[in-house]
Every structure is written in C-alpha cells, then in structure tokens.
Ligand binder design. Structure first.
Ligand SMILES: O=C(O)CCC(=O)C(=O)O
Ligand SMILES: [Fe+2]
Length: 251
C-alpha cells in the first residue's frame, strides 16, 4: 500500500503529521527509546476521503492520489469490518439495542506501522507486551511477528497476510469484563523490515462509556473482580470472531 514510499519520506515531512489529540495515538511516533525499531503514522477517520486526502496532501504537497486511494480504501474496509464485528459482539451479549448509540459515540484512528529489522546488537522486540486502549483493533500484517499471550501463559503467533481482531480495554470495561482484552506484542524475526496497518475504534473524546445495565447483576457487579471470572467466555468469543472473520475475509 505504498508503505515503503510513505515511511521513506524525510523525518521532517512525517513530523508534519501532528494532531491536536496526541493521546489518540495519531500524529507521527518515532525514535521512542523503549521501542527503537518502531515508527508509526496515524490518521483520524481516514475512511472519510477528505481526511485521507488531507493527510496525503500534507505528506506530498503536490498530492499523491494513488496512496490517498489506498489509505482511504484500506481504512474504509477495516472500518466496515470493525462495525460488523462490533455488532456481532453486541448481539452475542444480548445488548443489540445499544449498538447504534455506541457507534455514534466512537470514531477511529487508522495507523500504518513500520518496524525496522534489528541489527545483531539490538533487541528483537518490536513492541513490548501491552493491551490496547481501544474498543476494537483490527490489524493487518505483511509478515509474522504479532503474538498473543494465551491464558496458559504461552505466546501464540498469528499468520502473515491475515486480519486480526482484538478487543481493547474500552470494550473490556464496557462489557463489564465479559470481553477479554488480550496482551500482545511484536517480535522481529527474519531480518526484514515489517509493515502493518490497523484501525483502532475508540470512544469519542468526552463520551462516557456506559455499561449496559443488562451486563451487571449480582454475579457480576460493576467492577473487575478477577480476570478468572470471565476468561473462559471471552476465549469462546475470541474463537468465534476468528471463525467468522476467516469466512468474511475469504469472501
Ligand atoms: O504491528 C502490529 O502487528 C501490532 C501493533 C499494535 O499492537 C499496536 O499498535 O497497538
Ligand atoms: Fe496493540
């Protein structure tokens, strides 16, 4: 998707991608001491053509219609997929009536990410273990490296050329702990630069994440008591999403 061309721009150009909401992981992230291999550019609502164009016009003063089209269509596809998955989750939890207002109170950040191949004296950690703050993240990787921590404490690899859906902390909180936000990391193997892109659906600034009353009862009061109380149902959910998604992406 023109990632090499994009990341090949001078740093001063990429640094122009500043956003007024730095906490939203937009803007240009690079030269972070803890993650020296990592570099990323984020665009809010890139599924809207004008937003994608504003970004490419900033990077290329004479415009770059080809990359603009690619970013826009990738972001649109991921945004649509994210809504399908979010709807499935709401239906699965029996709270479909909340879907429309939940969508209204959220937007998304599209990010392109690059990890440079580590030198022999550098660590192979692309991104250390973390959970996302998002509602849902959908991620595409061109080569492997993304790994998930299973509840048995093992790191599970994901396949290159596939889409991965993961729930973030906003979804975990909203579902009153029913949906698990998995810990994941990126490990660089194979001596080549790695590129990925992702959409992060997030609650709008200022929107309160209201936990549906249907998801609160005496067995599951409004707080996170322990991960163990909900890990098995969330594992089922993860598997369900994987099955449905693999069908969706083959279509
Ligand atoms: O590049 C990847 O595969 C993972 C990125 C990621 O986990 C993140 O940006 O939160
Ligand atoms: Fe992540």
């Amino acid at each position: 998707m023109g990632m090499k061309e994009l990341f090949g721009l001078p740093d001063e150009t990429k640094e122009k991608n500043v956003h007024s909401k730095p906490h939203r992981k937009t803007g240009y992230l690079s030269k972070i001491e803890a993650v020296p291999l990592f570099e990323s550019l984020g665009i809010i609502n890139a599924h809207i053509l004008d937003e994608a164009r504003a970004f490419t016009d900033l990077m290329w003063p004479n415009g770059n219609p080809a990359i603009c089209r690619t970013i826009h269509s990738a972001a649109k596809m991921l945004q649509e997929l994210e809504r399908v998955v979010r709807k499935m989750i709401f239906q699965y939890l029996g709270v479909g009536d909340y879907y429309d207002s939940n969508i209204k109170n959220s937007d998304n950040v599209f990010r392109v990410l690059k990890y440079k191949a580590p030198r022999s004296d550098e660590s192979d950690i692309g991104l250390p273990p973390h959970t996302d703050k998002s509602i849902l993240t959908i991620l595409y990787q061109d080569m492997n490296g993304l790994e998930f921590l299973s509840k048995e404490g093992q790191w599970l690899q994901t396949q290159p050329g596939t889409f991965t859906v993961l729930a973030g902390e906003a979804q975990m909180a909203w579902s009153n702990g029913r949906i698990h936000a998995p810990t994941h990391r990126v490990i660089m193997r194979g001596g080549k630069d790695r590129y990925s892109y992702a959409i992060f659906a997030t609650p709008n600034d200022g929107a309160t994440v209201e936990i549906p009353k249907e998801l609160i009862d005496k067995d599951r009061p409004l707080q996170f008591r322990s991960f163990n109380t909900w890990i098995s149902s969330s594992t089922c959910m993860t598997i369900l999403i994987w099955i449905i998604l693999s069908k969706y992406t083959q279509a």
